[in-house]
Design a protein around this ligand. Structure first.
Ligand code: SAM
Ligand code: SF4
Ligand code: F3S
Length: 478
């Protein structure tokens, strides 16, 4: 598990963004201090920025030191058991800090708050506040309640809330790349997944508020936005006044048209929903990045059915073929689960072979963790022994590492347009950035007059693990 700094810390099991730098809130005089720690997916990080905005309006400024905070918040994830265990451990540490600082309030936000509701407050007395993902607007009132010893709990899910009118405060931004939420919730009901229960029904955010947020980011010097949703391809927004329907392809086009210098990424695509219209829109715009996160989960049609993914192995393979046909240069990444209920060695072999076929640049790989209340927990037995799950996961990881290495070797000798995000982690003499395909590229600064947020043409000379190494062959005007 990676650990990165946010306003305090970001713990992320499935990191989709990169490199957060120091917290960037205007130096106003704040009456109180808050500390926020975020876990889980990019959507949780984006939510923490909404929360920061709501708190800043209440006179709270951020601190990186939880011991001096008046309010300590943990934005949590429930996707796997381990994610919840990490948060529980952290909450016991905060409980101690609370004993040392009079008046400190500790709150739990996000998916674990939604799943466990008042349990952490009432039974385990670990927190003062419990606020679900759709209830952040009520935080100020809940803080007041908790401050007077009342229960600060709101875990109501909404069918409408998208926080579209709240301007997020960018936490620990690198000033170049940013997440922008375009929808909330999920209607898909994959049988292993807790998200539909913790995030509620799918709803799309007002297209014009998304456009405005992206435009403002660009005007403030940002060069890349990642449009976020659990299933971005089912984005659908209707403006009844203008009699206008905005699909995901249309939204991509709107954002891409802000400027050719603004890169557009998106995550995550459900294979069943990504359309030709989206693929052709991507191919038409140079600034829509040629990278698709297309989680397969399993290569076995039988297991895909049990997972309720609504596609077969053949259907998924045809989708990969279609992407490569329309955009041969497009990078594809995936999520894979090892050891789902009833998985046999043959099913596992099907997963290994679909990895080989799809040639993913990178995958996030997990072993199955049963989540209470999900369809799988209710219908199936978690019957693959832990050591078998771990062995299969290990085989998947080893294979993916080989495929990633081969993919990087194919890039040697090629030139990529790289958006510079900052210094490389290892040396101030090197820049680090990303190619359109979302690969990290590190190269010496040399004498080229480049800075963070510039684009450079970089020829790849070699690679180490997940990173491409190269040298500048030219500067790009945008
Ligand atoms: N919405 C995305 C999709 O449909 O692919 C991803 C959502 S989920 C936040 C991220 C990944 O976590 C999933 O793609 C899946 O691989 C993994 N995941 C979800 N539930 C899991 C579970 N119970 N055990 C192990 N991995 C799980
Ligand atoms: Fe979970 Fe499936 Fe929704 Fe993704 S699409 S969030 S895996 S239910
Ligand atoms: Fe975790 Fe919730 Fe995201 S369960 S992965 S934080 S939507």
């Amino acid at each position: 598990m990676e650990t990165l700094e946010l306003t305090g810390k970001v713990h992320d099991e499935k990191r989709q963004g990169e490199a957060f730098a120091p917290f960037a809130v205007e130096p106003l005089i704040y009456k109180k201090k808050f500390y926020i720690e975020s876990y889980g997916c990019a959507m949780n990080f984006a939510d923490s920025e909404i929360v920061a905005s709501i708190l800043s309006n209440e006179g709270y400024g951020a601190t990186k030191n939880f011991e001096e905070a008046d309010l300590v918040l943990v934005n949590t994830c429930s996707i796997r058991e381990k994610a919840e265990a990490t948060v529980r451990k952290r909450l016991t540490e905060f409980k101690k800090a609370k004993q040392a600082k009079r008046g400190m309030l500790v709150g739990i936000l996000g998916c674990m708050a939604e799943r466990l509701k008042g349990k952490l407050l009432e039974e385990e007395k670990l927190v003062d506040l419990v606020v679900g993902p759709d209830a952040y607007r009520t935080l100020p009132a809940l803080i007041k309640d908790a401050g007077t010893g009342q229960k600060g709990v709101n875990v109501l899910l909404s069918r409408e809330e998208t926080y579209s009118d709240i301007a997020p405060i960018r936490l620990d931004s690198n000033g170049v790349t940013s997440f922008v939420s375009i929808m909330r919730g999920c209607n898909n009901m994959c049988s292993f997944c807790v998200v539909p229960f913790t995030r509620g029904r799918e709803r799309s955010r007002d297209a014009f508020s998304i456009f405005k947020e992206c435009e403002e980011l660009f005007n403030n010097g940002y060069k890349e936005v990642t449009l976020l949703g659990q299933n971005v391809d089912s984005y659908y927004w209707v403006d009844e006044q203008k009699d206008m329907i905005v699909t995901f392809a249309k939204l991509l086009e709107m954002v891409a048209n802000i400027s050719p210098s603004l890169r557009v990424r998106f995550s995550t695509s459900h294979p069943k929903d990504i359309t030709d219209e989206v693929l052709f829109t991507m191919s038409r715009y140079e600034n829509i990045c040629k990278s698709i996160h297309l989680p397969v989960q399993s290569g076995s049609t039988r297991l895909l059915q049990l997972m309720n993914r609504t596609y077969t192995r053949e259907w998924y393979i045809a989708k990969v073929d279609r992407i490569k046909e329309i955009m041969p240069e497009c990078g594809i990444t995936s999520d894979v689960i090892a050891g789902f209920c009833t998985e046999t060695e043959e099913d596992h072999d099907d997963t290994l072979s679909i990895l080989e076929y799809s040639k993913y640049d990178m995958s996030y790989m997990y072993f199955y963790s049963e989540r209470p209340g999900t369809l799988a927990a209710r219908r199936f037995t978690d019957d693959v022994p832990l050591e078998v799950k771990k062995r299969r996961l290990d085989e998947i990881v080893k294979l993916q590492n080989r495929i990633s290495r081969e993919s990087n070797l194919r890039d040697v000798g090629r030139t990529f347009k790289v958006l510079i995000e900052g210094n490389s982690k290892k040396s101030e003499n090197d820049w680090a950035g990303r190619s359109s395909q979302n690969k990290v590229v590190v190269f010496p600064k040399g004498n080229a007059n480049l800075t963070k947020g510039d684009y450079a043409f970089v020829m790849v000379t070699s690679s180490t693990g997940a990173t491409l190494l190269g040298e500048i062959v030219g500067k790009s005007p945008d």
